[in-house]
Design a protein around this ligand. Structure first.
Ligand code: ADQ
Length: 487
């Protein structure tokens, strides 16, 4: 089997991987060998150092971003342009041409690093919006390996792309991948709409897209969690999670503190439910939301807004021995989180836009099938496409969400069990190991595309699509376009 080279913004540190995506990629890399390349946690000038992980057949390589790159590439173009753009918040886009230049420059730098690490047979799998132009930069260096891309966040709406400094570049960047993986069928539809509107693109009979001289396939691969690992964590008994402050009944929310997660809408809806609740009941909303990207203004604003709403609602409803909203701005370790999900009567996922939302799947996996809690799920989360037996809500509609909380607390056992069985079926079908296996199987099945000026195997015009083996051995490669990358 060909080696795998993964590029993602963050790479795990330490020997024991945890979290669905990390476990899935770790397993895939362990099976095929290869390298995992990503940004180091520290800024500095180190271009990248390979680290062999004890007992593993693959290496990791962390490269540092300079302070300037951190600001222009990561906080700037990636998180203040692409993130809001993909989440339909163009009002929050902060455009800056120097940031756009830095984003592309970092991608070119990472491309050189990757090119120096791979062998011609390696399969390359690039993750997320930080690296959209990476395939293009690799092709410019003559890399002809199969390159796949997975976008973890929603695919942007065509009309919103006009906000980019060079709108036409977005489709051209993506067209340099052999396979574009997206979370949902809705994302695929938006991606195809973009290509359909582009005069450079042509649709082939098998549904793939010919864009100038390359062919690219677009498919959905809904991501999931490490189901068994998560269930084992949830079933583990441990110390009492709440000490003497056991809530009577509670709904749980777990999110990074991000404006896309609809947290103000959620808090307001819970406040509305408190107005409507049966007399004498003392429900809680336990919200775990560690801050992220605090250097970006939009993230500072959401933190302040939530503190304000929490203070107002608690001020109005709290009693000496009851705090309705417990707002915890910290991370919780995975096994405690899993147990917390299991104790909750309901989970609130209120995303205004979300690629998938793994919290929804974690909550379902953590439940006791004999007495499961209820998932209340925004119809704007990718997870809603398949989890049709969750209580789906419109996060913009406070009354709808308050009614869903009420229904979740009152739902008869048989209905909770029926919904849980169906949601659990989706969670199992999208297990993270299956997700990476499916993606890589499709990517590996795609014929390698080699530019025409490579050697003697030519047809008229365009590219030769065929297996690399047809071109003979590595030493026979000719032409600037396919310089065999250095190891
Ligand atoms: P995120 O936006 O980070 O991911 P999500 O899919 O919900 O959103 O994943 C969050 C992960 O972080 C979950 O595993 C959750 O348990 C964990 N987490 C969140 N808050 C935590 C806390 N306080 N303590 C401990 N753990 C916490 C992006 C996209 C999603 C997509 C994923 C994966 O935005 O749409 O589902 O990538 O592709």
């Amino acid at each position: 089997m060909s080696r795998l080279v993964v590029v993602s913004n963050r790479i795990p540190t330490g020997a024991t991987p945890s979290g669905g995506l990390v476990v899935a990629l770790h397993d895939a890399l362990s099976q095929s060998g290869g390298c995992w390349i990503g940004t180091s946690n520290e800024t500095g000038e180190k271009p990248g150092a390979l680290e062999q992980i004890a007992g593993q057949p693959y290496t990791r390589m962390a490269f540092q971003l300079t302070e300037e790159e951190m600001v222009g590439y990561y906080l700037g173009f990636a998180n203040s342009v692409l993130w809001p753009l993909c989440h339909r918040r163009v009002d929050l886009v902060r455009l800056s041409l120097p940031d756009f230049a830095t984003y592309q420059a970092v991608n070119r730098r990472v491309a050189r690093l990757v090119a120096n690490t791979i062998t011609p047979e390696d399969v390359i799998w690039i993750h997320d919006y930080h690296f959209i132009p990476l395939a293009r930069a690799l092709r410019d260096l003559g890399v002809t390996n199969r390159i796949g891309f997975f976008l973890h966040i929603p695919f942007p709406v065509l009309s919103d792309l006009a906000i980019l400094p060079e709108p036409a570049a977005f489709a051209a960047w993506l067209a340099h991948y052999d396979l574009i993986g997206l979370q949902t069928r809705g994302d695929v539809a938006r991606c195809l709409e973009m290509f359909r509107a582009d005069p450079r693109a042509e649709f082939l009979t098998d549904g793939s897209i010919k864009f100038q001289e390359r062919v690219t396939a677009v498919r959905s691969f809904p991501i999931g969690i490490d189901v068994e690992g998560f269930q084992a964590d949830a079933e583990r008994t441990g110390s009492n999670l709440f000490g003497s402050d056991n809530p009577e009944r509670f709904v749980i929310g777990v999110d990074r503190l991000d404006y896309t997660k609809g947290l103000p809408n959620r808090f307001e809806a819970f406040g509305r439910y408190l107005e409507l609740r049966p007399e004498g009941s003392r429900p809680c909303l336990i919200q775990i939301a560690p801050p992220t990207r605090q250097e970006v203004q939009a993230y500072q604003e959401i933190t302040e807004e939530l503190q304000g709403i929490t203070g107002r609602i608690n001020g109005r409803f709290a009693e000496l021995d009851w705090t309705p909203i417990r707002f915890i701005n910290r991370s919780v370790d995975r096994s405690r989180l899993a147990r917390l999900y299991r104790c909750a009567q309901a989970c609130l996922v209120t995303s205004l836009a979300d690629g998938m939302n793994l919290v929804a799947k974690e909550f379902v996996a953590a439940q006791d099938p004999e007495d499961p809690g209820v998932l209340i799920l925004s119809r704007f989360a990718g997870a809603a496409e398949d989890m049709v037996d969750a209580l789906q809500v419109n996060p913009y509609d406070r009354e709808d969400m308050a009614a869903a909380i009420d229904l979740a607390f009152r739902m008869p056992l048989e209905e909770r069990q029926r919904r849980h069985v169906n949601c659990m079926d989706v969670v199992r079908r999208t297990d993270s190991a299956l997700w990476s296996k499916n993606f890589l199987a499709v990517l590996r099945s795609i014929p390698v595309q080699v530019p025409l000026d490579v050697g003697s195997l030519h047809s008229s015009g365009g590219i030769v699509v065929g297996h690399r083996a047809h071109l003979g051995r590595r030493s026979e490669w000719k032409g600037k376009a396919v310089r065999p990358p250095l190891r």
